[in-house]
Design a protein around this ligand. Structure first.
Ligand code: TYD
Ligand code: MG
Length: 456
C-alpha cells in the first residue's frame, strides 16, 4: 500500500517544499503555504493506459522533425496564431476574462472540424446550454461529444472510451482530481490537473485545449505556473462593449508569438476578421476636429487606427487628463512635450484621449497621431481624412524612427490614404520603391504641425 506524502504549496506561485515557510523562498509571498497531501499512487488512472513503454535516448540528428503533424482547426486565424495549425499531442491554454468568448471560440472549433471526433468537457455549462449555443453557431461538421463533468479521473475514463482527435476542457478552474486533496480551482488542483493533462496529451498524442479564466490583473487566475506547464498560451482579449476580440500567442513552443488574430463577436458566433483596419476606422466623421489616424503595428500586422482627442477649457481649477486605450503617463509626457517644445498652452485645458473601437495600443508609433489629435481638437481644425501618421515622439520633440515602416506605408496606401507622415530617420532609409501614397518625412513635432495646419 503506497503511503501518502505531505508537501507544502505556495498559493501564490505554486512552488512546493517539504515544510512551510513564513515567506516563500521562490516568490517572496508571506504566509502563503498550504499543506497538500499527495497520494503515492498515480493520480490520473486513465492517462496511464496511454503511457508508452520505456523510452530510449535518440541521436538528435536522427530525429525526424519534418513531418510534425498539424491539425487544421477549421479556423484560418486560429491556425495562424498556433503557428500553422494545432500540433498533435500539444496542450494549449486559452486564457481570457469571463464572458470574452473563450467557450464560443472552442465550441466553434469543436463543431466545425470536418471529419474529426471532438470531446468537449464542460465544468461550467450543462449539455442543454451547450446544445443551444452550438445551434446558434451553426452547422455540425464534426462528431462532437459533450460531457458535463468535473472529476478528472472520470474525464480520463471517458476520453479512453470516446477516443477523440481533440479534447477541450472548459475550464481548468472547474475540474478537480480526487487524488489531490484540495478545493476545486485551488492552486494545487490546477497544478495537479494540468500536469496530468499534459502527461496524457504527450502519451496519447491527442491535443488538448484548456480554457483558463484570468483575473483582473491579467494573469491566469492564481496559477502563473500553468503558463510554464502548457506548450502554448493564447490570450483572448477585447473590450466587452465592443464586438471584436483579439487572440494573441503569449507563449508558443511550436511557432512565433508575434501572431495575432482578430474576431468579431456576432449573434451566431465569432467571425474571422481578415481586414482589421476597416473595422477600426469609423466612416463618416469628415470635418470633425480631434481625430488623427495612426499607422500602427500589433504583433506583426499593420492596422490603421483612429485616435480621438477632446481638449476643452477646464471647468474646475485642476485640469482633467484621461486616456482610454493609451498609456495615460505617456499622454502626459506628450502633452508636456507639446507645451515645452511647440509653445502650446494647455495647462488650463482638460484633455481626454480615446483610441477608437476600444483597442489598447502600445506601439510607440502612435505618439504622433496622439499629438496631432490633441492639437486638432485644441485648434478646432479638422485634419484632412486622408492623412495617416506614424512616429515615436522623444522628450525634446524629436520624431524617432519606428519599426516596419514599409508595412505601415503599404497599409495606408492600401486603404486609399493620400499622405503618410513618417520620421525622417525612416524616410532617409526608404528603398527606392515608388509609392502611390505621398510619403513625407519629419524630424521635429513643429514640422509635423506645419505640414498639418500650415502656418497657424
Ligand atoms: P462565452 O464564450 O460564454 O465567454 P467565456 O467562455 O469566455 O466566458 O461568450 C460569452 C458572450 O458572448 C456572451 O455575453 C454572449 C456572447 N455571444 C454572442 O454574442 N454571440 C454568440 O453567438 C455567442 C455564442 C455568444
Ligand atoms: Mg465559458
Amino acid at each position: 500500500m503506497a503511503k501518502d506524502q505531505t508537501v507544502f504549496l505556495c498559493q501564490s506561485c505554486g512552488a512546493d517544499y517539504p515544510r512551510a515557510y513564513g515567506k516563500c523562498p521562490a516568490c517572496g509571498a508571506w504566509n502563503s503555504f498550504v499543506e497538500h497531501r499527495v497520494r503515492k499512487q498515480p493520480t490520473a488512472g486513465g492517462a496511464l493506459q496511454f503511457a508508452s513503454a520505456g523510452k530510449v535516448p535518440r541521436l538528435l540528428k536522427d530525429v525526424d522533425a519534418t513531418q510534425e503533424q498539424r491539425i487544421d482547426t477549421s479556423s484560418e486565424e486560429l491556425n495562424r496564431v498556433l503557428g500553422g495549425g494545432l500540433v498533435a499531442g500539444s496542450l494549449v491554454l486559452i486564457g481570457g476574462e469571463p464572458g470574452i468568448g473563450k467557450s464560443t471560440l472552442v465550441l466553434q472549433v469543436a463543431i466545425r472540424m470536418r471529419g474529426k471526433r471532438v470531446l468537449y468537457v464542460s465544468g461550467e455549462e450543462s449539455e442543454r446550454q451547450l446544445k443551444l449555443r452550438a445551434e446558434r453557431i451553426g452547422k455540425m461538421e464534426s462528431t462532437c461529444y459533450i460531457l458535463a463533468e468535473t472529476a478528472l479521473e472520470e474525464i480520463f475514463t471517458h476520453i479512453t472510451n470516446v477516443q477523440p482527435d481533440l479534447v477541450i476542457i472548459d475550464s481548468i478552474q472547474t475540474i478537480a482530481a480526487t487524488a489531490a486533496d484540495a478545493a476545486m480551482g485551488s492552486i494545487s488542483q490546477v497544478r495537479e490537473c494540468s500536469a496530468a493533462l499534459l502527461q496524457f496529451a504527450k502519451n496519447s498524442n491527442i491535443p488538448i485545449f484548456l480554457i483558463g479564466h484570468i483575473t483582473k490583473e491579467g494573469s491566469i487566475a492564481g496559477p502563473k505556473l500553468l503558463e510554464h506547464i502548457v506548450d502554448t498560451v493564447l490570450q483572448f482579449e477585447g473590450d466587452r462593449h465592443y464586438m471584436y476580440r483579439i487572440l494573441r500567442a503569449h507563449k508558443n513552443r511550436f511557432g512565433s508569438t508575434d501572431e495575432l488574430a482578430i474576431f468579431e463577436m456576432q449573434h451566431d458566433g465569432l467571425r474571422e476578421v481578415s481586414n482589421p483596419s476597416e473595422l477600426l476606422l469609423s466612416q463618416n466623421n469628415d470635418g470633425l476636429s480631434g481625430i488623427a489616424i495612426a499607422a500602427m503595428i500589433e504583433g506583426v500586422r499593420p492596422f490603421l487606427v483612429e485616435v480621438q482627442a477632446l481638449v476643452s477649457t477646464a471647468a474646475y481649477g485642476t485640469p482633467q487628463r484621461s486616456a482610454t486605450g493609451f498609456d495615460a503617463r505617456r499622454m502626459n509626457m506628450l502633452l508636456a512635450v507639446l507645451e515645452k517644445r511647440a509653445g502650446f498652452k494647455l495647462p488650463q485645458k482638460d484633455v481626454f484621449l480615446n483610441i477608437a473601437g476600444g483597442l489598447r495600443v502600445n506601439d510607440p508609433a502612435v505618439d504622433l497621431a496622439v499629438l496631432a489629435a490633441v492639437l486638432s481638437s485644441n485648434l478646432d481644425i479638422a485634419l484632412p481624412r486622408n492623412i495617416a501618421l506614424a512616429g515615436e515622439v522623444g522628450l525634446s520633440g524629436e520624431i524617432r524612427p519606428v519599426n516596419r515602416i514599409e508595412q505601415r506605408i503599404a497599409e495606408a496606401e492600401r486603404l486609399g490614404f493620400h499622405k503618410i507622415i513618417i520620421p525622417d530617420g525612416n524616410f532617409s532609409k526608404l528603398t527606392g520603391k515608388r509609392h502611390q501614397i505621398e510619403v513625407v518625412g519629419a524630424g521635429k513635432v513643429e514640422e509635423v504641425f506645419r505640414i498639418l495646419f500650415g502656418n497657424e
